[in-house]
Structure formats: structure tokens, C-alpha cells
Design a protein around this ligand. Structure first.
Ligand code: UT7
Length: 340
């Protein structure tokens, strides 16, 4: 590239598109029947109140970075990109292998992406969309050429298996995608993100951080586990996800009628149904796999997107919406035209 070409390119934002996706779900299946033997619950309650029939659990020694690395390898293979070509890894998780160093570095080492700068971010169940939008800025400006976005969760490591109000909901898993600059204008179309830290207490792990460092008391009070005010979270999820789905479309002069497939965070089938009713969209427009995986937090929408593409539900040219909500609170919607 000549000096002149280089400067004439300065300031131009590139179109960014998904060049490949991948996901990894651990083999071990935990059914609702198994949970019936652990806490006071019934398969009937879990299915009717959440839509979840079973979830996957990582092996005892299997880490978040192990799952993330496998999803990343599959996304790279799908994109036809070598690990050495990756110059940025952004990974979303609330269940890092270690407090530090960041899990993205651990994935980098496992897949051999030795030319990448790596960092993690935390936006709970909204993690994948926040990570993808962060990586998108790097690729759009030319600061990175090939970005790997990973979302991986070992939720089983922060679940209180004696708390029936939360342990029936979550599962483990990982997803990843490769972002590259694209010719033309097909790719990631538009995104809107939101947050409200005033509601942080409704969904959190209270202990083990700087506020309440790990101690015998934290252990005794079970404060190293996830705590959630389910009913409150439910209400905010429906409200925020409905509003942001409308906003992301309106800002592009579109409505949700223009969207072929909505890939929502997979927390509860009743949340998805309530959003569908408010948007006036049929259930068939929403891709759903929570019956098999439960809520895999930050990984849920990229695992679902990968499955929707591989099963042919999402086709080239389709306008797709990723729609997320999670602890923080955080929420977001990303519109993309599937162009692979
Ligand atoms: O990923 C981040 C976002 N997370 C979410 O979006 C989760 C949002 N919340 C939810 O999905 C739902 O609120 C839950 C699935 C967590 C709970 O469903 P709900 O319909 O809101 O139930 P509830 O909390 O109002 O509880 C109804 C009853 C209660 O009993 P009483 O007080 O009516 O006697 C609970 O104790 O159901 C009871 N209950 C259970 N019963 C059997 C709660 N959990 C269970 C259980 N098995 N596992």
C-alpha cells in the first residue's frame, strides 16, 4: 500500500461481517429428572415455568477456556482462517478460569493464536453481543484485521446446587465467531447497547470480589454463588429487550417485520413469548434451543446463532437480530445481514 493510499483510507470505516461461527457443548446431559433427586422440584414445574428440559455440564476438570478454545477452533475452521491470522481475541465470561490473567489469553495459548492481543469483558448474559460490538469497532477502524469473539461459561461452577430457584435454570457451553472486514455493505448492520447499574443487586455473585473477598464466612453464607431475584429480572428482561429490539430497527428505518430471525438470549421461554407478544411477532420467528441447553449466560446467543446457521434456519441474505439481557443490568440488540 502506497503512502497516498494509506492516508486516503484513513477515517474510512469498514463493513464488518461474520466470517465463521462455532460452538461447543459439553457431553454430559443433566435432565430435569436428575434435578428432582437433588432439590424439591419437578420436571413439570421446570418445563412449564421455563421451557428447559435438560442442560449440559462441563467435566470437573474442564474449564471455561477449554470450552472457549474448542468453540474458537470450530469458528476458525468454518471461516477458513488460521490461528496465526487472528490479531484480536475478545472473550466474554462471568466464569473465568482465574480472577486473572484474563481467559482470552488462556484461549489464545490453547489455539495457538500467537499474533493476537487478548482481553476479556464481563456483561453477564449480554456478554457475547457486548464482546462482538467491541471487536467490531477494531475491525471497522482497521485496528484489527481478523478478530475472534468468544463467549464461554462454566455456570455450573457458580451455581448453588441446593437453591432450586436458580440451579434448574443454567448450563455450560461456549460459542465463537470470526469477524473480518467485508466488501460492500452486508454484515453487521447496527447495534444498540444499554445498562443500568442501579439494579445490580437483583442478579449477582455477592462474594469473592473486592467488596466481599473470599473468606470462611463467604463460604458459610454461600455468597460465592449466583443469587437472583427471578421475578424482578423477568420483568426487566421483557421490558428492556422489547424496547431495544424496536429501537435498533427504528434507528435504521426498519421494523421487526423486516427481520427474518430473532436469536434471543435463552433464559426462559416465557420471556421470549412475552417479547413476541409485545412486538407482534410469531414464536416461529424466534430461534429457541433453551429446551436442550438451559441458560448458558453470555454464550447463549452465539451458540444459538451457530445452530440456526448450521441447521439452515438462517440463510444467506436474511436479516437477523441478536437480542440479549443480563446481570448489570446489561442489554443489547444487534442487527446483521447474514452474508456467508
Ligand atoms: O440470564 C439472565 C436473565 N435471567 C432471567 O431472565 C431469569 C428470569 N426469571 C425467570 O426466568 C423466572 O422468574 C424464574 C424461572 C426464575 C421463576 O419463575 P416464576 O414464574 O417467576 O416463579 P416465582 O419466582 O414467582 O415462584 C413461583 C413459585 C414459588 O412458590 P410460592 O412462593 O408460590 O409457594 C417458588 O418458591 O415457584 C416456586 N419455585 C419452584 N418450585 C419448584 C421456584 N423455583 C422452583 C423450582 N421448582 N425449581
Amino acid at each position: 500500500m502506497s503512502k497516498k493510499e494509506k492516508f486516503s483510507d484513513a477515517g474510512r470505516l469498514r463493513t464488518v461481517s461474520i466470517a465463521g461461527t462455532g460452538s461447543y457443548m459439553p457431553e454430559r446431559i443433566m435432565t430435569n429428572a436428575e434435578l428432582e433427586t437433588m432439590v424439591e422440584t419437578s420436571s413439570e414445574w421446570i418445563v412449564t415455568r421455563t421451557g428447559i428440559a435438560e442442560r449440559r455440564l462441563a467435566g470437573e476438570s474442564e474449564t471455561t477456556s477449554d470450552m472457549g478454545a474448542e468453540a474458537a477452533r470450530r469458528a476458525l475452521a468454518d471461516a477458513g482462517v488460521s490461528p496465526e491470522e487472528v490479531d484480536l481475541i475478545v472473550l466474554a465470561t462471568i466464569t473465568p478460569d482465574l480472577p486473572f490473567p484474563n481467559t482470552a489469553c488462556l484461549v489464545q495459548d490453547k489455539i495457538g493464536a500467537k499474533n493476537a492481543a487478548c482481553f476479556s469483558l464481563e456483561a453477564a448474559c449480554s456478554g457475547f453481543v457486548f464482546a462482538m460490538e467491541t471487536a467490531r469497532q477494531f475491525v471497522a477502524t482497521g485496528a484489527a484485521k481478523t478478530a475472534l469473539v468468544v463467549a464461554a461459561e462454566k455456570m455450573s461452577s457458580i451455581i448453588d446446587w441446593t437453591d432450586r430457584e436458580t440451579c434448574v435454570l443454567f448450563g455450560d457451553g461456549a460459542g465463537a465467531c470470526v469477524l473480518k472486514a467485508a466488501e460492500g455493505d452486508k454484515g453487521l448492520v447496527h447495534a444498540v447497547l444499554g445498562s443500568n447499574g442501579a439494579l445490580a443487586e437483583l442478579l449477582m455473585v455477592p462474594g469473592g470480589g473486592s467488596r466481599l473477598p473470599f473468606s470462611e464466612e463467604v463460604l458459610r453464607e454461600r455468597n460465592h454463588y449466583l443469587k437472583m431475584e427471578g421475578r424482578e429480572v423477568f420483568k426487566h428482561a421483557v421490558k428492556s429487550m422489547t424496547a431495544i429490539a424496536q429501537q435498533v430497527c427504528a434507528e435504521k428505518g426498519l421494523t421487526t417485520k423486516d427481520v427474518a430471525c430473532i436469536v434471543p438470549h435463552q433464559a426462559n421461554i416465557r420471556i421470549i413469548e412475552a417479547i413476541g407478544q409485545r412486538l407482534g411477532e410469531p414464536k416461529e420467528k424466534f430461534f429457541i434451543n433453551l429446551d436442550r441447553y438451559g441458560n448458558t449466560s453470555g454464550a447463549s446467543v452465539i451458540v444459538a446463532l451457530d445452530e440456526a446457521v448450521r441447521s439452515g434456519v438462517i440463510k444467506r441474505g436474511d436479516l437477523v437480530m441478536l437480542l440479549v439481557f443480563g446481570g448489570g443490568f446489561t442489554w443489547g440488540a444487534s442487527l446483521l445481514e447474514w452474508s456467508k
